[in-house]
Write a protein that binds this ligand. Structure first.
Ligand code: FMN
Length: 190
């Protein structure tokens, strides 16, 4: 295989796309698009987002110590881009995009009602890394749109939620399912 080598940079793709909502009252509610986000730990459940100190949301999250990670579906792709190019210092993104801020259970930051999944988070540590500060956070509650829950078992059908991801400057819908956890070693039924 012939390969080209570049200097160090960011190339860990695909990355998740999150609409992170923050603020502690309707007057300062805001949304920032975040691709540098992920799971840190299963038990206790912890997640992180990395945010540049210049962002308005950085100020809000640092002040309140809380945020919500909302996962957008494909029909929110345009809104996701908008929240990543416009600052809450200039525009009320909830109003402009006609998104609905819903009261969360554990934190003052709002849930975005139109997103299929919302993850309430409380900051446990802020780690300055360079261009970005990493907000490490404890996951306090998860909200799923009932539309994606099996009526009998309550199982979440995440595929039906039509989530999107970010890869090298572009937005993508998820593709076809290739397997499931552990399928490579599962014995075939005869
Ligand atoms: C696809 C995409 C991903 C982004 N990911 C991040 C990120 O992980 N961290 C960050 O600080 N900014 C990220 N941004 C930029 C912010 O979303 C953008 O600067 C936004 O306007 C900040 O809003 P605010 O000033 O209201 O907080 C991203 C933008 C886009 C379009």
């Amino acid at each position: 295989m012939s390969k080209t080598t570049w200097k160090a940079g960011t190339m860990l793709y695909p990355a998740p796309l999150a609409l992170v909502s923050c603020g502690d009252r309707p007057e300062n509610y805001n949304i920032i698009t975040i691709a540098w986000a992920g799971t840190l730990c299963s038990e206790p459940p912890m997640a992180y987002i990395s945010v540049r100190p210049s962002r308005y949301s950085h100020e809000l999250i640092k002040q309140t110590g809380e945020f919500v990670i909302n996962l957008p579906s494909a029909k929110l792709a345009r809104a996701t881009d908008y929240c990543g190019v416009k600052s809450g210092r200039e525009v009320d993104k909830f109003t402009h995009l006609k998104l609905t801020a819903v009261k969360a259970e554990q934190v003052k930051a709002p849930l975005i009602d139109e997103c299929p999944l919302s993850i309430e988070c409380r900051v446990t540590e802020i780690k300055p890394l360079g261009s970005h500060d990493m907000f490490m956070a404890q996951v306090l509650a998860i909200h799923a749109d009932n539309k994606y829950l099996d009526k009998k078992s309550g199982a979440l059908d995440l595929r039906a939620a039509d989530l999107i991801c970010y890869s090298h400057g572009k937005y993508y819908a998820l593709g076809k399912q290739l397997g499931f956890f552990g399928y490579s070693i599962r014995k075939k039924k005869r």
